[in-house]
Ligand binder design. Structure first.
Ligand code: KIV
Ligand code: ZN
Length: 390
């Protein structure tokens, strides 16, 4: 099962993303985002945590009623009440998944759960057994997996797979992992657990050290995971989760390295990013990969000249392929004559002689020293001044 080259994209914007302080969403907003995630063709939408609140339950219910193409998932702790609540919320979904979890690290078991490892093992297995009455699609996460002991993880994961868990999601709950170690841990777990190939392996990384995307990709390339859990704009608890747009475009842009297939319609990425930002009020930083306003903007004269000759000189992806209207050539003090001339043409300004272009370019440079970005209106004003002067 895990040898397949298909990479499953599991979006948790509506669950882990909503755990960002200040990012709570209404039911209607969640449904709008879920529809956009369906247009993006994500494989699984984690729509919420049904037992967390009546509002979360209703939002999952509403999403399960309207989404047809993506699998809808609810999170639940590893207990019967939570699992039954998740199953109830998911009832209308044509494809449903229950995602249940329990912490397996010594720290979490002792300090948070106050449970012995044997009790955790039994509760995890019991949860899967219980969930199986509702669906065959069951995901299990050993919370704080990257700080758990490997021998214990082997016992828990072997046990839950034997009970019928079909996806094993390995979380780096506190963003502590580093790529090589994280990838190697998953590879070793898969090697050591006799029934490991009966489940699809997944990664769920947090971004506390800015390593969520790198860890997720290492989980795939080194560890053999075939599902990545991620969120739009990397929204999520604390410093956030793996950014969907980054892992997807890494895999798409470097097929030579990853050799993986994706079901995602990448042209829907920017629309999804803008929608999530607008609904949550979380602005996207301008230099954010793929979806930041500057991700396809060129300001340096040398780069602009290269881009005008061949866009591959300074772009590894096409702006249109992720949903931007076009690459942006930003005119400013670093811009060269070629970029300026090109913008004149785009604006339908036809300066007859090279002298006229040179004079307009000189005025443009003077202005650019005073103003960080020159807009089309500035150029039009500048050229009409030129016409009046001559
Ligand atoms: O970060 C985490 O461990 C989680 C689990 C519930 C998968 O969000
Ligand atoms: Zn998480």
């Amino acid at each position: 099962m895990t040898n397949s080259n298909r990479l499953i994209i599991f979006d948790t914007t509506l669950r882990d993303g909503e755990q960002s302080p200040g990012a709570s969403m209404t039911r209607e907003e969640k449904v709008r985002i879920a529809r956009q995630l369906e247009r993006l063709r994500v494989d699984v939408i984690e729509a919420g945590f049904a037992a967390a609140s009546p509002g979360d339950f209703e939002a999952i219910r509403a999403i399960a009623s309207v989404i047809k193409d993506s699998t809808i998932c609810s999170l639940s702790r590893a207990n019967e009440r939570d699992i039954a609540r998740a199953a109830e919320a998911l009832l209308p979904a044509p494809r449903k998944r229950i995602h249940t979890f329990i912490a397996t690290s010594p720290l979490h078991m002792q300090m948070k759960l106050r449970m012995e490892p044997e009790q955790v093992l039994e509760q995890a297995k019991q949860a899967i057994r219980f969930a199986r009455q509702y669906t065959d699609d069951i995901e299990f996460s050993p919370e704080d997996g990257s700080r758990s002991e490997e021998d214990f993880l082997c016992r828990v994961l072997e046990g839950v797979i034997a009970e019928g868990a079909t996806t094993i999601n390995f979380p780096d709950t506190v963003g502590y992992a580093v790529p090589e170690v994280f990838g190697e841990t998953i590879r070793r777990l898969r090697e050591r657990i006799p029934n490991s190939d009966k489940a699809i392996w997944s990664v769920h990384c947090h971004n506390d050290l800015g390593l969520a995307v790198a860890n997720s990709l290492a989980g795939v390339t080194i560890g053999g995971a075939r599902q990545i859990e991620c969120t739009i704009n990397g929204l999520g608890e604390r410093a956030g989760n793996t950014a969907l747009e980054e892992v997807v475009m890494a895999v798409r842009t470097r097929p030579d390295f990853f050799k993986l297939e994706l079901g995602i319609d990448t042209t829907q990425i920017v629309a999804a990013s803008k929608m999530v930002s607008q609904i949550t009020g979380f602005a996207v930083q301008p230099n954010k990969a793929v979806v930041g306003a500057n991700a396809f903007a060129h300001a340096s004269g040398i780069h602009q000249d290269g881009m005008l000759k061949s866009r591959e000189t300074y772009e590894i992806m096409r702006a249109e392929d992720v949903g931007w209207a076009a690459t942006k050539i930003v005119l400013g003090k670093l811009s060269g004559r070629n970029a300026f001339k090109q913008r004149l043409q785009e604006l339908g300004i036809d300066l007859k002689t090279e002298e006229e272009v040179n004079a307009a370019f000189a005025r443009f440079k003077e202005l650019a020293d005073r103003k960080s970005e020159i807009f089309d209106e500035d150029i039009m004003a500048l050229v009409s001044d030129e016409e009046h002067a001559s």
